[in-house]
Design a protein around this ligand. Sequence first.
Ligand code: NDP
Ligand code: A1CAB
Length: 279
Amino acid sequence: MSQTNTSQTAFPPIAFIGGGNMASAIMGGLIRQCVPASNITVIEPFEAARTALKTNFGIDALPAATDALQNAQLVVWAVKPQSFKEAAAPVAAYTRHALHLSVAAGITTDSVAGWTGTGRIVRAMPNTPALVGKGMTGLFARPEVDAAGKALIEALIGSTGEFTWVDKEEHLDAVTALSGSGPAYVFLFLEAMTQAGVDMGLSEAQSYKLAVATFAGGSDLAARSSESAEVLRQRVTSKGGTTYAAITHMQEQKLPEHFIEAMRKAEKRAKELAEEFGK
Ligand SMILES: NC(=O)C1=CN([C@@H]2O[C@H](COP(=O)(O)OP(=O)(O)OC[C@H]3O[C@@H](n4cnc5c(N)ncnc54)[C@H](OP(=O)(O)O)[C@@H]3O)[C@@H](O)[C@H]2O)C=CC1
Ligand SMILES: O=C(O)[C@@H]1CCC=N1
């Protein structure tokens, strides 16, 4: 796992196709690195999203592709898998010379190569904690991407948090199921833990605070500890105590098995997206 110190990186002109949640998270990282808004071109048809980009980053996004894209040395594809092919059609003629980075779930680099006319593609699976510089991103590079291209991607993604390279492109579907979708699992648990706290008489605000701090503290402890999650769990679980009562119930209800099964559904859906929208 890596994190790049990007303070010395001089970024070339970058274009974003799609200016929604994920694009904004990455742009936020760039702006934190003092990359001027004039270095960033965004194509975003949705007016409200363009207004948000202006308000948040001072970026004047364009509603449709223009020859302004010709300047871009790096093109970041941050559209939904369902919109990718359609979005690529008016962009491709301007950007064949560029390095391409796709964050679209499922869509393979073969599809992107077919739509953009170049094989210089890195596929990424980031996650929304990138918004606060705590992202985790899986990266896969096609052989056409050289060391300088990979270094540029590391600088870009490093500005949003940590990253890890995978050797096989299919592993990005596993990354998607784990850390890409993962923040939603955390938020679901936060919702349930907060509700349980309220049911037991705590205020919602206090309950939420306790739940959020428990996730943050537990994650930090795991990250700093040399011991496995299993050992850390056992340390909390006194025989015959409160945690034991809760964990025993979760195990009897096969919560871990259901959780694993749910993540495999996410992985399967990534492959389906490639089938449905990659042609
Ligand atoms: N959200 C997440 O947690 C993560 C998302 N991703 C991936 O990131 C990608 C973007 O997701 P997210 O940011 O959440 O989605 P958003 O809907 O927030 O952003 C996508 C944006 O692209 C715009 N768009 C649609 N068509 C075009 C087009 N032809 N040209 C340019 N822009 C277009 C959309 O406009 P409009 O609304 O008008 O359609 C929308 O504003 C997806 O492929 C997703 O798989 C990856 C990791 C995590
Ligand atoms: O749900 C999705 O399809 C996207 C990819 C990972 C997170 N959000």
